[in-house]
Write a protein that binds this ligand. Structure first.
Ligand code: ARG
Length: 425
C-alpha cells in the first residue's frame, strides 16, 4: 500500500501504532487442549501475536510505549471460526419473500450480518455461497476499513447443476433467470471454477446433492456425476483452492470423497463407507446440527416452503445421529453453522449441540479454532495464538471447557489487534 502525503503526516503526528499487551486470568489453548493461567500476549503493530507467555514467573519483553489491556477474571481463546456461513442471507425472509427485494439489498444485509458475526466472536468465516460476488465485495470493504466484519474466505457463487439445490427453483419455465453458477458437464464445471477464482473465490462450493430449503429436489439425491465433481476437484486443487460440497445424500457424499473433496457440508446421510472414505482421504465433515431446532420452530412463520419443512422433518434428527456416529468413528469434524439459515450472529449456539451429540467441549472449541484453521488451509495465521498468527481473541467470563454456552456471549473481542466494540459491552 502506498502512503499518501496525508497519511504520512498523520503517522508523523501520532507516531507509529504501538504494540498492545493483553493480560487475563486464563487462556484456553486449543492446540494443547489446556487452560493455562496468567497469559500475557504481546501484539505487534501489525496486529499479529509477537509473544505469548503464561504462568506467574513469565517476563515477556514489553515495549515501553505499549498499550495495556487487562481483562481481569476471564478466559481468553483464539477468535472463533465458522466454516459455513451465508452472510447475505436472512432466515426471516425465507421462501418467496426473497423475491420482493432488489439484488443489492442482499449485499447490505451481508454488511449488517458481518458486523454481528464479528461481535459474536467469530473473527474468521468461510462464506460458502452468495450471489453477485457479494462476499468478495464485503471482504474488500472490511479490509479497507469501511465496515466491520470477520476475515472472510469467499466461495462467491455455490455451483451446481440445472434443477439442483443451487439453481433458482422458484420460477416457472417461462421466466429465464441468469444463472452464472450452473453447468452440466465436467468441462462446464472446470470453466466455472476458473471464472469464480478469477473474480475472488478462495474456496469452491458445490451443490452435490439435493437440499432442504430448495424447491423440487429430493434431499438425498445425487445431482452431479462422479466425472463432474472430479473435474471440479482437479481444477480447484490445481489452482490451489479447496472444495466444499453441500451433500446430504449418501451416494453424493461418497462420490465426492472418492473424487477428493476437502469438506462435506451437512453430511446428514453419511454411512460407514463415508466415514471410511473421509478418514482415508483426510476430509472433514461440517455438520450444521443446530439448524433443525430453528427451522422447525420458526420456519413456517418465516415463509419456508411447506415441502422444505417436510424435508427438514425427515433429515434433521438423522443428521444429529450421523454426527454422533461420525464422531465415534473418528471422522474429523469442524464447526460450521449455515448461519443465514438461522440468524447470523447466533453462530455459537451450535457449540452446545455438538457437545449434546457426543463431542467434548475441548473438541467442539478445537473444531471452531485450530482444527477449522487447518481445514481452511490457514493454520499459519488463524485459529491459534502462537507468534506470527493474527491477534484474533475472544474473552468469556468463566471456563468454556466446562460450559460451552459461555461462547454465546463473549465479553470482549479483538480482531487483528483491534478491539471490537459491541452494543451492550
Ligand atoms: N442449506 C441447507 C439445505 O437447504 C440447510 C439444512 C438445514 N437442516 C439441517 N438439518 N441441517 O439443505
Amino acid at each position: 500500500m502506498k502512503l499518501t502525503i496525508a497519511a504520512l503526516g498523520l503517522l508523523i503526528a501520532t507516531g507509529a501504532p504501538a504494540a498492545t499487551v493483553v493480560t487475563a486470568a486464563h487462556l484456553f489453548d486449543p492446540v494443547k487442549g489446556l487452560t493455562l493461567d496468567n497469559p500475557i500476549i504481546v501484539v505487534d503493530d501489525k496486529g499479529r501475536v509477537q509473544s505469548l507467555v503464561t504462568g506467574n514467573n513469565a517476563r515477556p519483553n514489553i515495549p515501553a510505549d505499549a498499550k495495556r489491556i487487562d481483562l481481569g477474571d476471564v478466559t481468553i481463546l483464539p477468535g472463533l471460526i465458522d466454516m459455513h456461513v451465508h452472510l447475505t442471507a436472512d432466515p426471516t425472509l425465507s421462501g418467496y419473500q426473497g423475491l420482493e427485494y432488489t439484488d443489492n439489498f442482499w449485499t447490505v444485509v451481508g454488511v449488517a450480518n458481518a458486523k454481528k458475526t464479528l461481535e459474536a466472536g467469530f473473527t474468521t468465516v468461510r462464506n460458502v455461497g452468495s450471489s453477485n460476488y457479494d462476499d468478495v465485495a464485503i471482504k474488500q470493504a472490511i479490509e479497507h476499513g469501511y465496515v466491520a466484519g470477520p476475515r472472510i474466505m469467499p466461495a462467491t457463487y455455490a455451483i451446481g447443476a440445472t434443477g439442483g439445490h443451487c439453481n433458482s427453483t422458484e420460477f416457472p419455465p417461462s421466466v429465464k433467470v441468469d444463472s452464472p453458477n450452473i453447468a452440466n458437464s465436467p468441462e462446464g464445471f472446470r470453466a466455472l471454477v476458473r471464472t469464480l477464482r478469477k473474480y475472488g473465490a478462495e474456496v469452491i462450493k458445490v451443490c452435490m446433492t439435493g437440499g432442504v430449503l430448495s424447491k423440487t429436489d429430493s434431499v438425498g439425491a445425487q445431482q452431479l456425476s462422479y466425472e463432474e465433481i472430479k473435474a471440479i476437484v482437479d481444477e480447484a486443487h490445481m489452482l490451489g483452492l479447496r472444495v466444499a460440497i453441500h451433500a446430504h445424500g449418501t451416494a453424493g457424499i461418497n462420490d465426492g470423497l472418492r473424487a477428493g473433496v476437502d469438506t462435506i457440508e451437512h453430511a446428514s446421510l453419511a454411512d460407514d463407507e463415508s466415514f471410511k472414505l473421509a478418514k482415508a482421504h483426510g476430509a472433514w465433515f461440517t455438520m450444521d446440527i443446530y439448524d433443525d431446532d430453528y427451522i422447525l420452530a420458526e420456519g413456517a412463520k418465516n415463509g419456508v416452503f411447506a415441502e422444505s419443512l417436510a424435508k427438514e422433518k425427515a433429515v434433521g434428527l438423522k443428521q444429529r445421529q450421523t454426527f454422533r456416529a461420525a464422531h465415534a468413528a473418528g471422522v474429523k469434524l469442524i464447526f460450521g453453522t449455515d448461519a443465514g439459515v438461522y440468524p447470523n450472529g447466533l453462530n455459537a449456539r451450535q457449540f452446545a449441540k455438538m457437545v449434546e451429540w457426543g463431542m467434548t467441549p475441548v473438541e467442539a472449541i478445537r473444531a471452531a479454532t485450530s482444527e477449522a484453521a487447518i481445514a481452511l488451509n490457514r493454520a499459519d495465521d488463524v485459529g491459534q495464538l502462537t507468534p506470527g498468527h493474527y491477534a484474533d481473541i475472544v474473552a468469556v467470563s468463566g471456563d468454556p471447557t466446562r460450559d460451552v454456552r459461555l461462547l454465546e456471549k463473549p465479553t470482549w473481542v479483538l480482531k487483528g489487534g483491534q478491539v471490537v466494540t459491541a452494543p451492550g459491552r
